[in-house]
Design a protein around this ligand. Structure first.
Ligand code: GYE
Length: 352
């Protein structure tokens, strides 16, 4: 009899705990919860997200990964499946197919390059899984294959840096024909590479600079160093290097210094000017402040909270903007250029 009372009491306790929601320490916080809930969640109440990241090629990327993991965390109600694509599209396609098999609620994709996504994104769409793009863009036949995109305006970044160089030349009475520039491109076919390279080529035509050569540094420090040492062996008149991210710039600086040259803005007296993008790491901030990198077009990696907000909105039936561009600055310690104007918009040049 005693045992039966005990069993009854424990059954009542279990029912009370279940009704009050206690006794489930692994329950997520209230991300997207609402009464009359039609939003997506797994049995435990978590929103499952598969995130296919490009890789770990740069400081920007590592900060971006941290930001995504911090925002799509268990405390915010997410079960995140993270996959590092190691800069290979095929790995990313495989990851997406695994996410589809696992029936995740959302797929977040940072695509390594723009082309080649039609098939796998059609598979995600057929499975009814929304795809949120972050950072780089895809080039697909039907824009309905993804829900929305959030990232940077890479052409604007490129224009800003080129305008800065043009303003620097004007201020120092350097003619366009005296500029001998090499481009260490990012991963070919990636939105960040396409936008930043395109705007450089436009500025070259517009301002009469000499573009001596362009080669990919794949957004890594090691490749940046390798490409810059090849350039230095091949051309003896380089006075500007346009690096499509910070890490390539660090590698290029190593190569320049190893060849016995110095980096800086005094190109009339043999220095090589280093231009870059991102400005994400302490090392990049230091390089701008000390003048080793003359100008950086900022690229903001902190997309985690933005993606989290998009998912929360979707959970609550709110349609996000199809394209969301983030605001960014331009950094330099060189005092002769205070501001630059691109397409009628003026940007103050800042110290990072
Ligand atoms: O500039 C670079 C990274 O796509 C914006 O990728 C991103 C770029 C960033 O590897 O550092």
């Amino acid at each position: 009899m005693k045992i039966k009372v005990k069993t009854l009491l424990s059954q009542i306790l279990i029912i009370v705990l279940l009704l009050t929601g206690c006794g489930r320490p692994d329950s997520p916080a209230a991300a997207g919860t609402r009464s009359n809930d039609t939003s997506k969640k797994d049995d435990k109440g978590y929103i499952t997200v598969g995130f296919s990241q490009v890789g770990a090629e740069s400081d920007w990327r590592n900060i971006n990964t941290e930001s995504m993991k911090d925002s799509l965390c268990a405390e915010n109600g997410y079960d995140l499946i993270y996959d590092d694509g190691q800069q290979k599209q095929q790995n990313q396609i495989t990851a997406i197919r695994t996410f589809i098999q696992k029936e995740v609620d959302y797929i977040v994709l940072a695509p390594v390059i723009e082309d080649g996504w039609n098939t796998v994104l059609t598979e995600a769409s057929d499975a009814g899984i929304p795809v949120i793009l972050v950072d780089r863009m895809v080039n697909v036949s039907d824009p309905d294959l993804f829900t929305c995109w959030v990232g940077s305006d890479f052409e604007l970044e490129g224009r800003k840096v080129c305008e800065w160089l043009n303003a620097f030349c004007k201020a120092n009475r350097i003619s366009g024909g005296e500029i001998n520039i090499v481009n260490i491109m990012g991963t070919e076919g990636a939105s960040a590479e396409i936008g930043r390279s395109r705007t450089l080529r436009e500025a070259v035509r517009q301002y009469g600079w000499n573009l001596l050569d362009e080669r990919s540094g794949e957004f890594t420090q090691a490749k940046g160093r390798e490409v810059m040492s090849q350039f230095l062996k091949q051309y003896n008149n380089i006075n500007v290097v346009y690096c499509e991210n910070d890490n390539e710039a660090f590698g290029a600086i190593d190569a320049i210094e190893a060849s016995g040259r110095t980096v800086g803005t005094d190109i009339k007296h043999g220095e090589i000017m280093v231009l870059a993008f991102d400005g994400s790491s302490d090392q990049a901030v230091e390089a701008v402040r000390s003048g080793r990198i003359s100008c950086i077009g900022e690229c903001n990696p902190l997309h985690g909270p933005r993606v989290e907000k998009i998912i929360r909105n979707l959970q609550n039936g709110i349609t996000p903007d199809k394209y969301e561009y983030v605001d960014e600055d331009i950094f330099s310690a060189e005092p002769c250029v205070k501001s630059i104007t691109v397409k009628g918009e003026t940007y103050t040049v800042k110290l990072p």
